[in-house]
Design a protein around this ligand. Structure first.
Ligand code: B4P
Length: 190
């Protein structure tokens, strides 16, 4: 199973990715989590990524693509994977196509969570109070929404044209959204 979880910042990608990946017994690979782990360890990748993340901008494609290629090449991702927050640009879509073709497999589905903007901003500002993430301030949250609209929303049409798109309403309680995803993927939650 090779899945992508897409949606604007605050849509619940990371939240839902864990449940879906667990169900299929595949790793949830979150580019945001990998960047944050590198930031907290002070690696060269983390130092570079932090500059972009703190401003609400995307980390350059070249850096992100290399990181994902390495991660997908690890043994636990051989049976499949769920990508959370990747691809986010057209260049990343092309790179991912190349990576998947090289494994002799194909992408199975792209789940897109839809949530209205006011709810997105509210969730992230609430998270700011709990986790204190540097990119969850109001200005940066607004910028992240803009970047998503400009660079990532166009990918929805790309995957729709390929017949891979699974659109799911991301409003409501976490478990309600999880149930909708499983229903849409036509599987029974364990
Ligand atoms: P991410 O970590 O992917 O940040 P995100 O879009 O906010 O998603 P996240 O998974 O954390 O939040 P979620 O919606 O689950 O990326 C951070 C940064 O890394 C990017 O801005 C960029 O700089 C960089 N980056 C990452 N990938 C990149 C790429 N491919 N290319 C370039 N740069 C990249 O949840 C948000 C909050 O909502 C949580 O607090 C959650 O508890 C809450 N929530 C979830 N579901 C809810 C529900 N149903 N009801 C109420 N609250 C809910």
């Amino acid at each position: 199973m090779r899945l992508i979880m897409m949606g604007p910042p605050g849509a619940g990608k990371g939240t839902q990715a864990k449940f879906v990946a667990e169900h299929f017994g595949i790793p949830a690979i979150s580019t945001g989590d990998i960047f944050r782990a590198n930031v907290s360890q002070g690696t060269p990748l983390g130092v570079e990524a932090k500059r972009y993340m703190d401003a609400g901008e995307y980390v350059p494609d070249e850096v992100t693509n290399r990181m994902v290629r390495n991660r997908i090449g690890e043994a636990d991702a051989t049976p499949g994977f769920l990508l959370d927050g990747y691809p986010r640009t057209l260049a990343q879509v092309e790179e991912l196509d190349d990576m998947i073709v090289a494994t002799g497999h194909r992408l199975d589905a792209v789940v897109v969570l839809t949530v209205v903007e006011d709810e997105l901003v509210g969730r992230l500002l609430q998270r700011a109070q709990v986790e204190g993430r540097a990119d969850d301030t109001e200005d940066v949250v607004r910028r992240r929404q803009e970047v998503y609209t400009e660079q990532t929303a166009p990918l929805i049409d790309v995957y729709r044209a390929r017949g891979l798109l699974v659109e799911v309403d991301g409003m409501g309680e976490v478990d309600e959204v999880t149930k909708r995803i499983f229903d849409a993927l036509d599987v029974i939650p364990e």
